[in-house]
Design a protein around this ligand. Structure first.
Ligand code: GAL
Length: 374
């Protein structure tokens, strides 16, 4: 009896200690470590982005299980201080209907949500790959909701800018060049052909490929969709319609044949900056950076923004979003993913202060930091 009582008492003690540690408030950010939500569970919001509305931050991301395909949907967490995140559930669930474009088993990546003050709707864009087709479909997709945390209603997915040439696309590039289909991958001739629109021409009628993506809303309320296109070789930046639900048909190509993925954009003192990664799948690589005084370019290359140990792998991570901190001038957080392809749900978040040095965005590794470091 005595032993049973002792056992029960220690069980009770263990429960109390555990729930206390679960509810412990976080007051700093620990890049690359397990990041528990307010229920004590590792946050499951990969390839994420953050929306700030009415005093609350909403972090949207890919729900990941043991495999990379989407079995649950887009998750949402909320926070007032950026350290403590409450699980708000599934903002956009995958569908049980096998005919749906977002049927369970499709691939949903890099969801981003913006608020449209004209329609008073929250608009979610994400990269969608159709079930069973790996990364072939290369579509962007859009969903909408009246509430920030959702539920979001899926609208459609497609390859954008069908029948539209990018701004600055030369007349002579609109016609196929002799023998371009037989050029060998990555020879100087092939590269030149990509720079002169080989894949833009190929996809002109059906729409341009859209994989890793980002959404950026400018001070004047105009929204832009930036994505890896042309077999991940070239970035496309396109203006969205005023309701943010479609493409306007106006777009540019950035760094043709430059192999950029994971674009993340921000604006500081009237200048646009972009951080991207190279293309090595789930393996991290060295980040790149760009700047432009007009969103329509030209986008100037600035090189690797990382400094110190870990520069070759972006501190073992890949960019996903740049978060402007509300109410703090020129305070930006670089958000990135440390992918774990063998067990995707174990992926980690690398959030770091994004600084400016001599007109270049720079990132230093930090084991731990607070918003005072911005
Ligand atoms: C990465 C990309 C991820 C995912 C992955 C698939 O390069 O940034 O979002 O698409 O490739 O291999």
């Amino acid at each position: 009896m005595k032993y049973i009582k002792l056992l029960l008492f220690s069980g009770f003690l263990f429960f109390c200690l555990k729930s206390q540690s679960q509810n412990e408030k976080a007051s700093s950010i620990h890049p690359g470590e397990i990041w528990k939500d307010t229920d004590g569970v590792h946050i499951n919001a990969h390839g994420g982005g953050v929306l700030y509305t009415k005093g609350i931050y909403y972090w949207f991301g890919e729900h990941k299980g043991e495999t990379n395909d989407a079995r649950v949907g887009v998750t949402c967490y909320s926070s007032k201080d950026l350290y403590n995140w409450k699980n708000e559930g599934i903002a956009l669930p995958v569908s049980n209907d096998p005919n749906s474009e977002i049927t369970s088993g499709c691939i949903i990546e890099r969801p981003k949500v913006i608020y449209n003050s004209k329609t008073k709707k929250y608009v979610m864009w994400f990269h969608l790959e159709l079930k069973g087709q790996s990364y072939k479909a290369s579509r962007t997709a859009v969903a909408v909701s009246k509430n920030p945390a959702g539920p979001y209603t899926f609208i459609k997915s497609y390859r954008p800018n069908a029948g539209k040439w990018p701004i600055g696309f030369k007349e002579e590039w609109k016609k196929s060049m002799a023998g371009e289909g037989t050029l060998k991958w990555w020879t100087p001739e092939w590269r030149k052909s990509v720079e002169e629109g080989l894949f833009v021409r190929r996809d002109f009628t059906a729409g341009q490929m859209s994989r890793d993506m980002q959404i950026f809303v400018d001070d004047d309320g105009k929204a832009y969709h930036i994505h890896s296109s042309e077999e991940n070789l070239t970035l496309h930046l396109s203006e969205l319609t005023d309701d943010y639900l479609d493409f306007k048909g106006k777009y540019i190509t950035i760094a043709p044949a430059g192999h950029n993925e994971a674009p993340a954009i921000y604006k500081q003192d009237g200048i646009y900056y972009m951080i991207t990664s190279g293309c090595t799948g789930w393996d991290p690589n060295a980040a790149r950076s760009f700047k432009a005084s007009s969103i329509w370019g030209p986008w100037e290359k600035l090189g690797n923004p990382c400094r110190g140990e870990g520069v070759e792998t972006t501190f073992e991570s890949q960019s996903t979003y740049i978060l402007p901190v509300a109410g703090k001038k020129n305070a930006f957080i670089f958000m990135a993913d440390r992918w774990r392809p063998k067990n995707p749900r174990d992926g980690r978040y690398v959030w770091l202060p994004l600084k400016m040095e001599n007109g270049h965005p720079v990132l230093y590794w930090k084991e731990q930091w607070t918003l005072n470091d911005l």
